[in-house]
Design a protein around this ligand. Structure first.
Ligand SMILES: [Zn+2]
Ligand SMILES: [Zn+2]
Length: 193
């Protein structure tokens, strides 16, 4: 295993096909697109699966820095945007790979049902991860340049005090209920009452 992959696996907690997909996406971006430093590179991911951990770890597009945008579409699609160069690329997993992953998934589910044989499940995952590592990029992804509006930078707003719990929260996240300005946490609780 390559050294950076080892570190990704350590970060994620295990090696799995999803993580390998994210790793391959991240390496592709490093090689062909990383024209932006740090926060200038934005990732827009259409899933929140294991793959995103590799993208965060290798490319530094993280939830905390606000240059990782999650869209809950359940697709293996990864968009990267360079704020410096105002260009984007869209990387999507090839249909053939998704179909193969379905097959692997079914094998794993059947194994679980029949024998609960952890070793067999791990073997499936390992074999398929190895295959994903060795495939050439052209067989893994479709890649194209795209023209998208620049993603908004995350803003910092002033904090105000919740009239219910007394904790401070970001002003634009407030709600008004029973004439009081409250935080979302209190709002949701009060709505249930
Ligand atoms: Zn995983
Ligand atoms: Zn509150």
């Amino acid at each position: 295993m390559e050294e950076d992959l080892n570190r990704v696996v350590e970060f994620h907690g295990h090696c799995c096909p999803g993580l390998v997909i994210g790793y391959r996406v991240a390496k592709y971006v490093l090689k062909n697109f990383k024209r932006s430093q740090d926060e200038e590179l934005v990732a827009i991911v259409y899933n929140n699966s294991c793959s995103v951990d590799a993208i965060q770890f290798i490319l530094g597009c993280t939830f905390g820095k606000g240059n990782l945008i999650f869209k809950d579409y359940g697709k293996h699609v990864y968009i990267f945007y360079s704020r410096e160069n105002k260009i984007g690329i869209r990387i999507s997993l090839k249909g053939e790979i998704s179909e193969e992953m379905n097959t692997v998934r079914n094998h794993i589910l059947n194994t679980k049902k029949e024998s609960k044989d952890i070793d067999v499940i791990e073997m499936w995952k390992k074999e398929y991860s190895d295959k994903l590592l060795s495939l050439p990029e052209e067989e893994l992804f479709n890649v194209r340049e795209i023209d998208i509006p620049e993603p908004r930078r995350s803003k910092i707003y002033p904090s105000i005090q919740c009239e219910e719990c007394g904790e401070y929260f970001m002003e634009i996240k407030g709600r008004i209920i029973n004439g009081k300005i409250v935080c979302m946490e209190c709002f949701e609780r009060l709505m249930e009452d």
